[in-house]
Design a protein around this ligand. Structure first.
Ligand code: PBG
Ligand code: ZN
Length: 327
C-alpha cells in the first residue's frame, strides 16, 4: 500500500456512506418473539421484572399473534403455564394441554406465522425440574422419552418447529426419531444446544412459573466457564438431527455464537434472555442508559457475532423501529 496510514474516517463522515458499508444487518426475518400463555380467559398479567411482557390467556394470545403478523415478525416461541402441575408434568404432553390448545387456536385464527414450541418440563412439573426425578436427580433417559412425547403432541396440534430446551443428552435424536415415525419428517428441530446454567433466567422464571423448588440446573445446563464443550454440544445436536442450533443466553456468550457459526455453518439462533432484557429496561427506566440505543446495539452485536436468528423480548420494538426506518 502507498499510504503511510489508512484514513478510516473517510467512510465515516456521512450517514449514507456509513449505511452503504455497514457489514451487519438486522431485519424482521431475524426475529423470534417469545410469548407466555396461561389458562383462563381475558387474562393479561404483566410480568413485574419484564416491563412490556405479559402472561396471556389463549384469546388474548391470538390477538397478540395477529398484531405480530401485522408487524412483520415471522415467528413466535410459546411457553405454557398450566393450571395443574404434577411430578410427571402431564399437562406438557396432554392433547388438551395449554400449549396444544394455544397452538390449535393460533393455527386456526392466524395465518402466516411460524409457531415454535418450547419443549421442556419445568413449567409443568410440581418440583419445577426439567425432567423426571430419580431421588433428587433428573433421570436422563426417562426424561427424553417424555420430551419426544411433548414434541409429538405439539406438532400434532400444529406447531411448525419444536425447540427442546431441557439439555438432557440424546434428546434431539429421540425427538427426531419419534417425529419421523409419525410422518412429521418435515418439522424442523431448533435445539437449545449450548444452554448455560445462567443467573440471567431469573425474570423468566417469574414469567413462566418454572423455578426449581430445590437445587439448581447445573447437572444439565452448561458451566459458563466452558467454550470447547459448548461447541461439542452443538456438534452433537447437529449429528442427532438438529436443523437450527441455539446459544443461550446471547450477549455474555458472543464468543460461543461466533465459534459455533464459524465451525459448522449451520443456522444459529441466539436467545437474548429475560435477564438481558430486564437489565436494559431497568437501566433505561432509571435514565442511566438510553434504552433504545442500547437495545439496538445489543441486537447488532448478536448478529455481528454470527447469529442468524435472535429470540428477543424486544422483537416488537425492533420491528416498529424498522418500520420507522430508524434501523
Ligand atoms: C426452560 C427455559 C428457560 C428459559 C427458556 N426455556 C428457563 C430455565 O432454563 O430455567 C429462559 C428464557 C429467558 O430467561 O428468557 N427450560
Ligand atoms: Zn426446563
Amino acid at each position: 500500500m502507498k499510504n503511510d496510514f489508512w484514513r478510516f474516517r473517510r467512510l465515516r463522515m456521512n450517514p449514507l456512506i456509513r449505511n452503504m458499508i455497514a457489514e451487519t444487518t438486522l431485519t424482521k426475518n431475524d426475529l423470534i418473539y417469545p410469548l407466555f400463555v396461561i389458562f383462563g380467559e381475558k387474562v393479561k398479567n404483566p410480568v413485574g421484572s419484564m416491563p412490556g411482557v405479559y402472561q396471556m390467556s389463549i384469546d388474548v394470545l391470538v390477538d397478540e399473534c395477529k398484531e405480530i403478523v401485522e408487524l412483520g415478525i415471522p415467528a413466535v416461541i410459546l411457553f405454557g403455564i398450566p393450571e395443574h402441575k404434577d411430578p410427571l408434568g402431564t399437562d406438557a404432553y396432554s392433547e388438551n394441554g395449554i400449549i396444544q390448545r394455544a397452538v390449535r387456536e393460533i393455527k386456526d385464527k392466524v395465518k402466516n406465522l411460524v409457531v415454535i414450541t418450547d419443549v421442556c418440563l419445568c413449567e409443568y412439573t410440581s418440583h419445577g425440574h426439567c425432567g423426571i426425578l430419580d431421588g433428587e436427580v433428573i433421570h436422563n433417559d426417562k426424561s427424553i422419552e417424555l420430551y419426544a412425547k411433548i414434541a409429538l403432541s405439539q406438532v400434532k396440534a400444529g406447531a411448525d418447529i419444536v425447540a427442546p430446551s431441557d439439555m438432557m443428552d440424546g434428546r434431539v435424536q429421540k425427538i427426531r426419531e419419534v417425529l419421523d415415525e409419525n410422518g412429521f419428517e418435515n418439522i424442523p428441530i431448533m435445539s437449545y444446544s449450548s444452554k448455560f446454567a445462567s443467573s440471567l433466567y431469573g425474570p423468566f422464571r417469574e414469567a413462566a412459573q418454572g423455578a426449581p423448588k430445590f437445587g439448581d440446573r447445573k447437572s444439565h445446563q452448561m458451566d459458563f466457564r466452558n467454550s470447547d464443550e459448548a461447541v461439542r454440544e452443538a456438534e452433537q445436536d447437529i449429528l442427532e438431527g438438529a436443523d437450527i442450533v441455539m446459544v443461550k443466553p446471547a450477549s455474555y456468550y458472543l464468543d460461543i455464537v461466533h465459534r459455533i457459526k464459524t465451525t459448522f455453518q449451520v443456522p444459529v439462533a441466539a436467545y437474548q434472555v429475560s435477564g438481558e432484557y430486564a437489565m436494559i429496561k431497568a437501566a433505561g427506566a432509571k435514565g442511566w442508559l438510553e434504552e433504545e440505543k442500547v437495545m439496538i446495539e445489543s441486537l447488532f452485536a448478536i448478529k455481528r457475532a454470527g447469529a442468524d436468528l435472535i429470540l428477543t423480548y424486544f422483537a416488537k420494538e425492533i420491528a416498529k423501529l424498522i418500520d420507522r426506518k430508524i434501523i
